[in-house]
Design a protein. Structure first.
Length: 240
């Protein structure tokens, strides 16, 4: 039994997740968007890696009960009803609907890990529920992995900070799980920033990208620690 952090999905194939409990973290913004959609009554979110596939899948679903959302490079995709801002996933937009979602890194990381024994999505907004998911996995004798979505194969500060926070909440687990280097690095980063996590997030590369796209307000939304009890769990190709 161990607690690992993958600081980005680069170089990891499906076998890295076999038999493990995996939590995919994409603080800015896919995980936060999925939590928000489910919190606001979406029936499910279907994560899709490829934007063409997302469009084709949505076309097979009843328009009254489905909605197509996603981005590339942070910008809403042409022909999609919604982008990837949590602010768009209101009750009016998603209640009772199945959301088909494709994003640059978050949904791709999730699809990559879909062979895991248990799979869920985490962020700062649902940190408590995410820590409980990992805690249960360790209780049940599984290896627990926090998979940071990062940005195009690179490390993202916001995901590493969230991973470090989760390590901090699990470090006293009775099994004293061994940590990998990624978990040690993330934990050290978090300990240096925990007095003002929101401020640390505002220094992230992706915050600058979002500000440049006019989506800077989303960062404060994504920084709300423990704002939701929703844990999106992946089952039968969808998050519920
Ligand atoms: O990469 C992703 O999955 C997105 O969360 C990126 S963005 O915040 O929508 O730009």
């Amino acid at each position: 039994m161990s607690l690992s952090v993958a600081l980005s999905p680069a170089g990891l194939d499906a076998e890295a997740f076999d038999g493990r409990a995996v939590l995919v973290v994409d603080v800015l913004r896919a995980s936060t968007t999925v939590v928000t959609a489910l919190q606001n009554g979406a029936r499910a979110v279907i994560p899709v890696a490829d934007k063409g596939e997302a469009g084709r899948l949505a076309a097979t679903l009843d328009r009254d009960v489905s909605v197509l959302g996603g981005e590339r490079g942070g910008e809403k995709l042409a022909g999609f009803a919604l982008g990837n801002s949590p602010r768009e996933y209101t009750e009016a937009a998603v209640a009772g609907k199945t959301v088909v979602l494709t994003t640059t890194n978050g949904t791709a990381a999730l699809v990559r890990a879909r062979g895991a024994a248990r799979l869920a999505m985490g962020a700062l907004v649902n940190a408590g529920a995410s820590a409980a998911f990992l805690h249960r996995a360790l209780d049940d004798g599984l290896d627990a992995v926090v998979l940071c979505a990062g940005w195009e194969g690179r490390v993202s500060l916001e995901d590493a900070l969230c991973a470090g926070l989760l390590v901090d909440r699990l470090i006293d687990h009775p099994s004293a799980p061994p940590l990998n280097d990624g978990a040690r690095i993330a934990h050290g980063l978090y300990r240096g920033a925990r007095d003002d996590l929101a401020r640390a997030l505002f220094g992230a590369d992706h915050t600058r990208r979002l500000v440049a796209l006019g989506a800077g307000d989303d960062v404060a939304l994504c920084a709300r620690l423990d704002a939701s009890d929703v844990l999106p769990v992946y089952r039968d190709n969808r998050l519920v």
